[in-house]
Write a protein that binds this ligand. Structure first.
Ligand code: FES
Length: 110
């Protein structure tokens, strides 16, 4: 298990500015975004119809809009625009230009 559950995902050069990229991180579907050079990780599944498509969303002003029906989320927080809930967001750290995302492993607890 990686240190503090930070999983190595990709190199920062693999991401294009304002364009989402999809990764499976420890079995969790995650969309990474590079906004003004900073990296953000949110869940790739839109909560409206459970579509795993957020990485294909339109990015503008720090927000991503789901391509299916237009729900818009703040990328930094994952929250619905003007709301308090939305996409789960995940801590990100960069080491030597590699991107690490912290996801809690799925565990059975019975
Ligand atoms: S599935 Fe995303 S807005 Fe409907």
């Amino acid at each position: 298990m990686p240190e503090n559950n930070y999983f190595k995902v990709c190199n920062i050069a693999e991401l294009k500015e304002s364009q989402g990229e999809r990764f499976l991180v420890n079995d969790i579907d995650i969309a990474l975004f590079k906004i003004d050079g900073k990296i953000y990780a949110v869940n790739n599944v839109c909560p409206h119809k459970q579509a795993n498509i957020m990485h294909e969303g339109f990015v503008e002003n720090g927000c991503v809009t789901c391509p299916l029906h237009g729900w818009t989320f703040e990328i930094a927080t994952g929250n619905l625009l003007g709301g308090s809930r939305g996409l789960k967001s995940y801590p990100v750290k960069i080491e030597k230009d590699d991107i690490y995302v912290q996801v809690i492993p799925k565990e059975l607890n019975w």
